[in-house]
Write a protein that binds this ligand. Structure first.
Ligand code: AMP
Length: 196
């Protein structure tokens, strides 16, 4: 059965880092909408030009655009054994669209939704630390605060959406990369066992 994983959590929770590790370990693609949008911006495509100022401001790209990007990506052949979806869904409309895309690509329920939990203050400190290293235009203190507000308002309700379906597992993300990955591996092993 395909290993279809979604990672939820605020900016700074380590979704990208863990998403890459999980994907490399399982041999499945890491699908990160933030990275995809940044690549479009860097390449100067029409989509990139449309979303650039939205990313800079730390707002959400409109659902229709984001859903189309994800639909096209998940429809590619390399997702046959599963995917790690990171940064999507971020709104209820996106979560509902993902359910439809899963049907379109002949999949059943997601294997697991990992909810990365970290206090806001810890997320802010991590993102400020990253700002110097990665130079992301949205890693300034006011943008970080805004992105956290957007997360709490628009994305946090998804925790209940997936909890109600019985596929949500909370992860204590305020620890080292190694500690978090060890917990994630245990959770994935248990989830796969339950399904097989
Ligand atoms: P991230 O790298 O996940 O922090 O995403 C960076 C930025 O990309 C976000 O602040 C949004 O502007 C945009 N973005 C990424 N994923 C989504 C999404 N699922 N829905 C809307 N906007 C998104």
């Amino acid at each position: 059965m395909p290993l279809d994983i979604v990672i939820l959590g605020p900016p700074g929770a380590g979704k990208g880092t863990q998403g890459k590790l999980i994907a490399a370990d399982a041999g499945i693609p890491h699908v990160n909408t933030g990275d995809m949008f940044r690549a479009e911006c860097a390449a100067g495509t029409e989509l990139g030009e449309r979303v650039r100022s939205i990313l800079d401001d730390g707002d959400l790209v409109p659902d229709e655009l984001t859903i189309e990007v994800v639909r096209a990506r998940l429809g590619q052949d390399d997702t046959a054994d599963g995917f790690v979806l990171d940064g999507f869904p971020r709104t209820l409309a996106q979560a509902e669209a993902l359910d439809r895309v899963l049907v379109e690509i002949d999949r059943g329920e997601l294997c697991v939704v990992l909810d990365f939990q970290i206090p806001d203050e810890a997320a802010v400190q991590r993102l400020l630390g990253r700002a110097g290293v990665e130079g992301r235009s949205d890693d300034t203190l006011d943008r970080i605060q805004h992105r956290l507000d957007v997360y709490h308002e628009k994305s946090e309700p998804l925790v209940e959406y997936y909890r109600a379906r019985g596929i949500l597992v909370g992860i204590h993300a305020d620890r080292t990369v190694e500690e978090v990955f060890a917990e994630v591996q245990q959770v994935l092993a248990a989830a796969q066992q339950t399904r097989s």
